[in-house]
Every structure is written in structure tokens, then in C-alpha cells.
Design a protein around this ligand. Structure first.
Ligand code: 1HN
Length: 351
């Protein structure tokens, strides 16, 4: 059906002031002057601005936070990657996602706690730190993806020698909007080395089944080591040189579902010289570069990226990713809000 032109609606200015005063005094508000703002034609209005955070800009400020604020005064020492379109104090990158770069110094412990928002850590720099998730000790190595699902106890420690940083991705803005965000403090356990879910799910397609019993846990695999992800992408690329994108999803190995009910995670390898055009999809997305350099065009806006940089795109954006190198692949981890869109029946891909 062809689309009809929208009719012009009445404005606030057209309404008598004493009538408006009466409405407000009665906790009432007229819909029609605001109807077009909440239901724009054809495409939602995005507050989310395409935004790039370069690690070289963030790093010195994060290290300064390490000098200015001891762990006891911070609990988590984080600089939030705040999207200016949402207002910096709102601490959100996209409608669903919060992003922060976190620093832990040698010998520090970020105390054990649990909360309702889901969180993922993507390790950016350094070695020797660990995250304990319900007592499972997950070593933090560059490019690893570590889940701390809603309600799981988690703490971060550091036995190494140099600063360790990582990117936190949480569904905090959504959970806050639902007025469902809260935290509980626990006792530090400094996390035991075992059992390690990474060892239980060490081979694709194989799941632990002692005496024929399968794991009943909603998050059976907590740590996805980067070395495995990278090798998986390389094998996928080699197995099918004609594949339209070298992309693999991080999933629950027991059932293939997204790791979280809100955010989905995947890894992309841009082949040497590749330009990857991602169609216009309804969910907003976040990209974190693990290796390589290149550029991205989002809604016509161009950014150059390199290792450890992070950028976000609003939903309903065409995204064109370009690898700057003709000889080396580039690798990135992508987080997007598609699980929420799919559950709410809002998911769209436009071609
Ligand atoms: C949190 O628990 C962590 O555990 C990091 O490392 C960032 C931002 C908001 C709420 C909870 C962490 C967080 C957070």
C-alpha cells in the first residue's frame, strides 16, 4: 500500500494557557502536539549518535584515574563511554548498552558483588588479572570475552605486574529504565581455579555429559578465549572463501542461544582489503577492535579505527566497514541489541 502524507496536527501554542494550566495541575498532558515526535514517519528518531572512542585518548585519562582514585573509593575504576546524544551523565552508549573502560592495578581487588544487569568484559590490555564469576576464576587475556550474567557474583583481581584494562558492556540502561537495577555486596573469595567452563567446552559441538547428564545451567560457558575465537574465524574464512562475511556468534554451547536475553555478541574478521557492507538493521550496535585498522561509515559519517578503539552505531543505520590493510586481516567484537528487538517483535532488516 502506498503511504499517505501525514496531516499537520495541533500545537501547544494553539491551546489556551488556562486550559493547559488546568491539565498540568491535574497531571494530564495532551497527546496530539507530541504525537509526531513519539511516532515519526517510517523510521525512529535516534538520540544515539555514531561515536568513536579512541583508546589512545582514553588510556591516559584512565591511568590518571588510577592515580587519583584508589580502589577502595571506586569499587570499580571505570571511565564510561557516554554517547553525547543521550547526555554524558546518562552513561549510555545506545538505548540498551552501557560501555566503560575499566582499570585494575597490580595487587588490587575489585570486590565481589552481584547485580541485576548482565555484563561482559572484553580484555583490552595487560596480563595477570582475573575475573571470578561465581567462584570460577577466568584469566583475562587480550581479546577474551567473559560473561558475568545477571545475579552472578563477580570480582576482579590482579596478580600481574602492569595495568590491566578491559571494556565493560552492560545492559544497564535497559534495566535502569525498567527500574529493576540493584546490587548486593558479597564477601571476596579470590576465586578458585576450578571448575573452568572453558575446559568443559573446549571443543566445538561437544558438551560435558557425565553419566549421560547434560548441564542445566543457563550460562554454561563463561569465558571465550580470544585465541579460540580468532582460530575459529580463520578456519571459517579458509573453509569458504566465498562466504559473505566472516562472522561468528558467541552462543550458549548447550542450546545455541544468544549469551544474554538482551545483547548478542559476535566476532568479525575483515579479510585483507575487504569492505563489508552491513544492511540497515533495527538494533543499535557497538564495535570493539581487537586487531588491525581501517575505517567505518555510519549514516554517512566516517571514522578511522585501530586496535583497542570502540565505536557505536544507532539502529536503522547502514554500516560500511573497511579494512585498511591489503595484507593483514582485522578482527573486531560486535555487541548488538537484536535479542531485545526480536523478543519485542521489533527486529527489522531493510535492504
Ligand atoms: C559493574 O559491576 C562492573 O563488575 C563494571 O566490573 C561496571 C557499571 C555499572 C554497574 C555495574 C564490574 C559496572 C558495573
Amino acid at each position: 500500500m502506498s503511504l499517505a502524507p501525514l496531516r499537520a496536527l495541533g500545537t501547544m501554542e494553539e491551546l489556551p494557557k488556562d486550559y493547559l494550566d488546568n491539565l498540568f495541575a491535574t497531571n494530564l498532558y495532551p497527546l496530539w502536539p507530541s504525537l509526531r515526535a513519539v511516532l515519526p514517519p517510517h523510521k525512529p528518531t535516534a538520540k544515539t549518535l555514531p561515536t568513536l572512542w579512541e583508546y589512545q585518548d582514553v588510556r591516559p585519562l584512565l591511568m590518571k584515574a588510577g592515580e587519583l582514585t584508589p580502589m577502595e573509593k571506586a569499587e570499580r575504576r571505570v571511565l564510561v563511554l557516554s554517547n553525547p546524544g543521550h547526555g554524558l551523565a546518562n552513561m549510555q552508549a545506545t538505548p540498551v548498552m552501557y560501555l566503560g573502560l575499566q582499570l585494575i592495578m597490580p595487587g588490587e581487588l575489585a570486590p565481589n558483588h552481584r547485580h541485576t544487569p548482565n555484563a561482559v568484559r572484553i580484555i583490552v590490555e595487560g596480563e595477570g588479572a582475573f575475573t571470578g564469576v561465581n567462584g570460577e576464576r577466568c584469566p583475562m587475556e587480550r581479546g577474551d570475552l567473559i560473561l558475568t550474567p545477571s545475579g552472578r557474583w563477580h570480582e576482579h583481581g590482579h596478580d600481574g605486574k602492569s595495568p590491566v584494562t578491559w571494556l565493560d558492556v552492560l545492559d544497564l540502561p535497559l534495566i535502569l529504565g525498567l527500574e529493576a537495577s540493584y546490587l548486593e555486596e558479597g564477601h571476596d573469595v579470590k576465586s578458585a581455579p576450578l571448575p573452568a567452563s572453558t575446559s568443559q567446552y573446549s571443543a566445538a559441538g561437544l558438551a560435558p555429559a557425565p553419566l549421560f547428564e547434560r548441564v542445566q545451567n543457563t550460562h554454561p560457558l563463561i569465558r571465550f578465549p580470544w585465541a579460540r575465537t580468532k582460530a575459529g574465524l580463520q578456519q571459517l574464512a579458509a573453509a569458504d572463501p566465498g562466504i559473505k562475511a566472516v562472522q561468528m556468534a558467541y552462543v550458549n554451547p548447550e542450546n545455541g542461544a544468544d549469551c544474554f536475553p538482551t545483547i548478542s555478541f559476535s566476532a568479525i574478521m575483515l579479510r585483507p582489503g575487504e569492505t563489508l557492507n552491513i544492511p540497515e538493521r533495527s538494533p543499535a550496535a557497538v564495535f570493539h577492535i581487537v586487531e588491525g585498522s581501517g575505517s567505518v561509515e555510519i549514516r554517512g559519517q566516517k571514522f578511522d579505527w585501530k586496535e583497542a578503539d570502540t565505536f557505536c552505531s544507532p539502529g536503522f543505520s547502514t554500516i560500511s566497514l573497511k579494512n585498511a590493510s591489503a595484507t593483514a586481516p582485522a578482527y573486531m567484537i560486535v555487541a548488538d541489541e537484536s535479542p531485545v528487538h526480536k523478543k519485542l517483535g521489533l527486529y527489522e532488516v531493510r535492504n
